[in-house]
Design a protein around this ligand. Structure first.
Ligand code: UDP
Length: 239
């Protein structure tokens, strides 16, 4: 579907934890700051697609432990991601960026349906495309979705923005004083060593399709712009 883009095109993953500032609901100040940083990169010519997580509202696996049917709980989780998409859309528009939200579950009043060719066209026109509602399928994660969307829309790189950590480490640096910061890892390494990058389904999809990925910390001011523009911050992950 479509040709490889001439200018840099990236897919940014923002987790629910980012949107909630570690709590339930919306940390508007955080989202506003990230939107402003995205706007700088867009103005410099980077094509930006974004996948929003939803863990700040509901995670299907957690809800199912409280007695809900897993699939229905997962749909609740997916609906939560859409609220994050709309919040980010609003702050991006306020920052002067044209945006489109595309959801994997149709909801015509608030978003376009996911149409890959149309998403690519938006990106070519300099619009930021925000993907919501995950894959529209229970038992998937937004990490897996971001790999799939990046492949289908021909992104050059997947950028995993993280909270509380600025790169991949050999162990949790908050718990283990011997944890080493890694500049580069392979997907196989990440899978075998159980490194905190993304879930195993998403990692193996990256490995099988030769995806380029960078894991970086969102908190340092300017880091979102840097990652979008291709600065080698954090940890690079390759096949
Ligand atoms: N989800 C799903 N299918 C998808 C994507 C997400 O069922 O394709 C549900 C799942 O219940 C998940 C929730 O939506 O727990 C929120 O997504 P995720 O946990 O990936 O968000 P994040 O961890 O990035 O905040």
């Amino acid at each position: 579907v479509g040709e490889a883009p001439a200018s840099r095109r990236v897919l940014l993953k923002l987790s629910g934890e980012t949107f909630g500032g570690g709590e339930v609901g919306l940390a508007a100040d955080v989202v506003q700051r990230i939107a402003a940083e995205i706007a700088v990169a867009v103005r410099s010519g980077v094509q930006v697609a974004i996948v929003c997580g939803g863990g700040n509202f509901f995670r299907g696996a957690e809800l199912s432990q409280r007695g809900l049917d897993r699939a229905r709980a997962d749909y609740m989780g997916m609906l939560g991601t859409v609220m994050n998409c709309l919040a980010l859309q609003d702050f991006l528009e306020q920052a002067g960026v044209t945006t489109r939200v595309q959801t994997a579950i149709t909801m015509g009043q608030v978003a376009e349906p996911y149409i890959p060719l149309r998403a690519i066209r938006h990106l070519e026109k300099g619009r930021v495309v925000i993907f919501g509602a995950g894959a529209g399928m229970p038992y998937f994660s937004t990490d897996t979705v971001c790999v799939q969307r990046s492949l289908e829309t021909h992104c050059d790189e997947v950028l995993m923005g993280k909270n509380g950590v600025d790169a991949i480490y050999t162990a949790d640096p908050k718990k283990d004083p011997d944890a080493q910061r890694l500049d580069h890892v392979t997907y196989t390494d990440a899978l075998v060593r159980g490194l905190a990058v993304m879930d195993a389904t998403a990692l193996s999809m990256c490995r099988d399709n030769d995806v380029r990925m960078r894991v970086f910390g969102l908190e340092e001011p300017g880091n979102v712009t840097r990652a979008l523009q291709g600065e080698k911050i954090g940890t690079s992950v390759t096949a």
